[in-house]
Write a protein that binds this ligand. Sequence first.
Ligand SMILES: [Zn+2]
Length: 134
Amino acid sequence: MEALFVYNKMFIQMGFKAVFGLKCPRCKKGDLFNKNGLIVYSDMLGMPERCSSCELKYELEPGFWLGALWTSYPLVILLEMPFLISALILDGVGVWISFIGLVLAFLIAWPLLLRLGRSFWIHVNIRAENEDLM
Ligand SMILES: [Zn+2]
């Protein structure tokens, strides 16, 4: 039982490391994007067709990446919630400062939100597909 717990903990840590490291969900070695890094402004969604290490095809079906909107949306909410709450609490100029902060945070973190959204989306789908391998 304890060995199973340690195994699961290790698996979860490896999984999160691969998600945030933008690595392939199957081998966790190949890069998901042509350019590394969470915040990249040029070619931010440029991806190779297949994993350089295990040859996994990243776009599982046509329109696959549209589903990444579901995983990037909560990230946007997490990022913008402090600004929305402060806009509700503050009055006058504070509301405008919160609004400007909201827009600036979005503009700065935009690549991070899109890239992490895609990474979460493909990791969720590949995990679900290969659940018997876990
Ligand atoms: Zn791979």
